[in-house]
Write a protein that binds this ligand. Structure first.
Ligand SMILES: Cc1ncc(COP(=O)(O)O)c(C=O)c1O
Length: 382
């Protein structure tokens, strides 16, 4: 019988494959999409249980891809032998029309993560500082600090929201870029549009503002206040969006940045201009603006999220007021034990370290998954 692959082995073998075994694991763990906590390091060393896992650890959409997207992927397969030059230009134009900008303001990537990495490299190479709230999605800052930049962090406020006033005050003469994530990951919290807009206007007088809007479409349409309107007249504001979240295309990898062409040129020099695949482009085209599918995801997610927040209310456990598909709350007991006992029960979540404490970051699955999760979690913390 095959011995189950331990997480550490998997991690090492993935490294060996992707990096020709030349990167040290410390380097790669710094570049992971979310920071690894001490509890997670210890948990990875213990090996995988063989239970089927409910993935509440990656903020994925359990309902995607839509039927339209699946059909589009199947239909495009026969074009798999062709580079997607024309299809990329076509998608760029469609996105540009939706966002109200010229196509030269759009840079596509294999997920917005690829563009966060490129931005981190482009600005990190200049040295100086990058600035963000903390905790937040750290990918850009991880790449910047692997180049030559330092990362200045401003704690969230006590409701686990970005403190935009403190962020503006923290800009220094050598701050090359400030990263804003609204709605934020890992908290799902949202700050009012008027505050974020004033922040972007103020901060962009001094440095580049990167506004990450990966989860914006989880808000009701009337509340989806993007910063894209600022981009046209301000080369110091860029906005990124993704097809991974509301459209459920995380595994197909496609996202984009909206920004002034000069800024996009600086970022894009560190990427391949044709990285999104034919299948990803086709799925994105079929998904974009699919109001029915977005509403389905939004509504089902809100119902499933309430299962978790009702449980936390009942237990009097504090949490950030999430409007997306992720909730952060203080770990009621040792994070490593939570991870391993949940693993045994078939659930994966994340543990984050923040302010000397451990926090559970739970992604929202289906309603049934969340019902089963709260039952399992309650047994784990009993
Ligand atoms: C805030 C935020 N931005 C960007 C991303 C990257 O997503 P993708 O590369 O799938 O577009 C994520 C992924 O979880 C995220 O949480």
């Amino acid at each position: 019988m095959k011995t189950p692959l331990s997480r550490r082995d998997w991690f090492k073998s993935t490294l060996a494959i992707t990096a020709g075994a030349t990167f040290a694991s410390s380097f790669t763990s710094k570049l992971m999409a979310a920071p690894m906590s001490d509890a997670e390091r210890a948990f990875f060393d213990m090996g995988l249980s063989t239970n089927h896992k409910v993935r509440l650890n990656s903020n994925e959409n359990p309902y995607g891809p839509s039927e339209k997207a699946k059909k589009a992927v199947l239909d495009v397969l026969s074009k798999g032998n062709r580079y997607a030059f024309d299809e990329l230009e076509e998608l760029k134009k469609l996105i540009a029309a939706k966002e109200g900008v010229d196509a030269s303001y759009i840079l596509l990537g294999a997920g917005s993560g690829e563009l966060l990495c490129q931005t981190g490299i482009a600005y990190g190479l200049e040295g100086g500082r990058v600035l963000s709230a903390y905790p937040t999605f750290p990918l850009l800052m991880n790449y910047a600090t692997q180049m030559k930049a330092n990362w200045d962090k401003v704690d969230l406020n006590d409701k686990l929201e970005h403190n935009y006033e403190a962020l503006v005050s923290a800009i220094k003469s050598d701050t090359r870029l400030v990263f804003s994530c609204n709605p934020n990951n890992p908290t799902g919290t949202v700050v009012r549009e008027s505050i974020v807009k004033s922040f972007c206007e103020e901060a962009s007088k001094k440095t580049l503002v990167y506004a990450d809007e990966a989860y914006l479409e989880f808000l009701e349409p009337a509340q989806q206040q993007s910063m894209v309107g600022l981009v046209q007249n301000n080369p110091n504001v860029i906005v990124s969006k993704t097809f991974s979240k509301i459209y459920g295309l995380a595994g197909l990898r496609i996202g984009y940045v909206i920004g002034h062409p000069d800024t996009l040129k600086k970022i894009g020099q560190f990427g391949d201009t044709i990285s999104p695949s034919q299948t990803a482009i086709a799925a994105a085209k079929a998904s974009m603006g699919d109001e029915d599918f977005m509403k389905l995801t939004r509504d089902k997610n809100a119902i499933a999220r309430k299962v978790l927040t009702d449980y936390l209310d009942q237990k009097k456990i504090f949490y950030g007021k999430s409007m997306t598909n992720v909730v952060l709350f203080p770990a009621p007991k040792d994070g490593k034990k939570i991870l391993s006992q949940l693993d045994e029960k078939g659930f994966l979540i994340r543990i984050w370290d923040y302010q000397g404490k451990e926090w559970c970051r739970v992604s929202i699955g289906t309603q049934d998954e969340m019902k089963n999760f709260v039952k399992a979690f309650d047994e784990v913390i009993a």
